[in-house]
Design a protein around this ligand. Structure first.
Ligand code: LRH
Ligand code: MN
Length: 424
């Protein structure tokens, strides 16, 4: 389904007056509002190729129809999101779910849709049809050297696809671990995994990065071989300067202080990027900011403060990716809400008065410190985010326009109710 810019500006007309009024108010309270707007325009979030269809749990899947049936249709769906919010200018592929049939064609189609390829994701957590050796008892940790070799070769193949598409990073999430005490020798599992990752590391092109994604549990329920930020950091330290940790917000044990983890990994120059989502219990992969928007704001406060302390480029120096699964919402509406939540949290963090916060911290003025943070968190920054979209030719109200244009209905007409996307 094609969406022309003129169509969006037409649909923006009825929201313009209200937007102007609200924008002028917030803009009048912001120091360097043009600087803030430029940062918002530059900030692009990668959409996961595996989250454009309906998600599922072991208890069921309730597809909504019109889902993308190929990588090409996944790219045009993300292109449509990007047309609407001008903040979804990248796609993150998962191999083998999204093997490009013809890399040049896929690259050209992505460029037509204003998209670049962010981190490539390998998959050694499932056995593929023609796969020789099973990953039932792990991949890079496996006691059998041949299984580890198979996993290493798969990751090197993923890098190859990424090079053809213009990506420059690889995300390795290993489901490896154990489900019962005694099943695994933790030291050997770590050393096997490190040895395997070193072989993948050696295959990285000069300008590439590898992101080590940690996760506390699932699908293993006694130990996970890369289970927390400390272990991911240890692997990155032992691998070399191109290795970083990847923070998936849903991969922590309950009540973990994720913003503190982020501030320390950033300080240690080992923070590579994020998989944004939200959760109430475990790896729920819910819409970003739908459960704990204050935590998301506190994470972006640490990011803005930490990146400015190291004079980093907010838009390009870290990997900004969504990793969510949509069991009850329209996948594209869910992604529009997630991108909006991330842009809002970033805008709020840009409004924090960091100089006054530092003064309050030096004075141990705890009350004032909280007031400074919550003044930014409670500011309605949505007109700033909307103005940034407008500057980029996007919609003032992406979700309303998505529904006004009956996008899902049109996709169902085009692809059918039974069309089901490959992915989780
Ligand atoms: C694991 C994970 C990982 C992906 C997968 C789709 O839970 O977060 O990032 O490979 O989800
Ligand atoms: Mn993830």
């Amino acid at each position: 389904m094609q969406l022309e810019n003129f169509r969006i500006s037409e649909l923006n007309k009825k929201y313009l007056a209200e937007h102007q009024r609200r924008f002028e108010f917030i803009a009048s309270t912001v120091k360097d509002v043009n600087g803030v707007l430029q940062k918002l325009v530059d900030f692009q979030i990668a959409i996961p190729s595996w989250a454009l269809g309906t998600g599922s749990t072991r208890f069921g899947r309730f597809p909504g129809g019109g889902e993308p049936r190929s990588l090409e249709e996944k790219i045009t769906d993300i292109g449509l999101l990007h047309k609407l919010n001008n903040s979804s200018g990248a796609i993150s592929l998962h191999i083998p779910w999204d093997i490009p049939s013809n890399a040049d064609n896929i690259r050209a189609l992505a460029a037509q849709n204003g998209l670049r390829f962010d981190a490539m994701n390998s998959n050694t957590f499932q056995d593929q049809p023609k796969q020789k050796l099973s990953y039932k008892f792990g991949s890079m940790q496996h006691v059998d050297k041949a299984v580890r070799k198979q996993a290493v070769e798969h990751n090197i193949e993923v890098i190859k696809y990424g090079v053809e598409l213009g990506s420059n990073s690889l995300t390795v999430w290993l489901s490896d671990g154990s489900s019962f005490p005694g099943q695994l020798n933790f030291r050997k599992a770590f050393q096997n995994t490190l040895e395997s990752l070193q072989l993948v590391y050696q295959a990285l092109p000069e300008d590439w990065k590898v992101f080590i994604e940690y996760k506390a549990f699932e699908p293993n329920f006694y130990s996970t071989t890369v289970s927390d930020w400390g272990q991911s950091y240890l692997y990155a330290e032992k691998l070399g300067p191109k290795a970083y940790t990847l923070v998936d917000l849903g991969h922590h044990l309950p009540n973990a202080n994720i913003e503190q983890i982020v501030s320390l990994l950033l300080m240690e120059e080992r923070l590579g990027g994020f998989h944004f989502n939200d959760s109430k219990y475990s790896d729920d992969d819910l819409t970003v900011g739908s459960i704990n928007p204050y935590q998301l704001f506190l994470i972006f406060k640490e990011l803005v403060e930490g990146m400015d302390a190291r004079r980093m480029n907010h838009a390009s120096d870290l990997g900004w990716m969504i990793d969510a699964s949509h069991n009850v919402k329209d996948p594209l509406e869910d992604l529009l809400q997630s991108v909006e939540a991330i842009m809002v949290a970033y805008a709020q963090a840009l409004l924090v008065d960091y100089r006054s916060l530092e003064e309050a911290q030096v004075d141990n003025d705890v009350v004032r410190a909280q007031e400074i943070l919550q003044t930014a968190f409670r500011a309605d920054v949505r007109p700033l985010v909307a103005e940034a979209r407008l500057k980029g030719g996007g919609a003032l109200e992406p979700l309303k326009v998505f529904r006004e244009l009956k996008v899902r209905e049109n996709l169902i007409k085009e692809r059918g109710l039974k069309a089901v996307a490959i992915g989780l």
